[in-house]
Ligand binder design. Structure first.
Ligand SMILES: Cc1ncc(COP(=O)(O)O)c(C=O)c1O
Length: 200
């Protein structure tokens, strides 16, 4: 079978290989970033599902707006206001996990050959996703306090990337936390170089 040429350089996903270990009896796998399933709020989810199905069965099961359930977007907008971010519900899209947002980002923002700056190391599935859209990835070095902003500035100035992709809180796989001082610097760089910064 002739697959699309964009798949020519795709290798087996390392994540998928790692996840196979999860099913092995007796193994507690630290391979993926899995939360402890004992922490899942099963009762709360059961209750919420029952309430949604009782109160608005059509709304719960029917196709909905592509942008996401409007009452949820309004709630998210109100939540973000408490964090100092003034965004209208119409400026928000609800995605099925962060990975769908990354894919949409690749689809809408990356043309083949575009440069994207990521942290070195960064999340494996992001690398694979952005490469599928033809991105040329450039690694910015990090330490325990996240991306080194002086190095980042040099890379932005040199490569003029389409965007910068960061995982500022609990970097995957580094676990690094971007310090407040560096967060402010990243914002300054975004303004100074008119560069889009994507926070995962
Ligand atoms: C940094 C990062 N981005 C995206 C994802 C994918 O998230 P989701 O499961 O919400 O699609 C993960 C999952 O581990 C992640 O660690």
């Amino acid at each position: 079978m002739q697959f699309a040429s964009r798949l020519d350089n795709v290798e087996t996903s390392a994540i998928r290989e790692l996840f196979k270990l999860l099913g092995t009896p007796g193994i507690i796998s630290f391979a993926g970033g899995f939360p402890d399933s004992a922490m899942f709020d099963v009762e709360g989810l059961k209750e919420a599902s029952a309430k949604a199905l009782d109160e608005e069965p059509g709304g719960a099961l029917q196709y909905g707006a592509t942008e996401g359930y409007e009452p949820l977007r309004s709630q998210l907008s109100a939540f973000m206001k408490t964090k100092g971010v003034d965004v209208d519900p119409s400026g928000l899209i609800v995605t099925t996990g962060s990975q769908q947002a990354l894919d949409l980002l690749g689809k809408t923002m990356i043309s083949p050959g575009d440069k994207v700056i990521v942290e070195g190391p960064t999340f494996l599935a992001t690398i694979q996703c952005f490469r599928l859209y033809g991105a040329q990835l450039i690694s910015a070095p990090i330490d325990a306090h996240g991306v080194k902003t002086d190095e980042l500035e040099k890379l932005i100035a040199e490569h003029k990337p389409k965007f910068v992709y960061l995982i500022p809180t609990f970097g995957n796989p580094s676990g690094a936390m971007l310090s407040l001082e560096r967060r402010k610097k990243v914002l300054e760089l975004a303004v100074k170089y008119q560069t889009l910064v994507v926070e995962d």
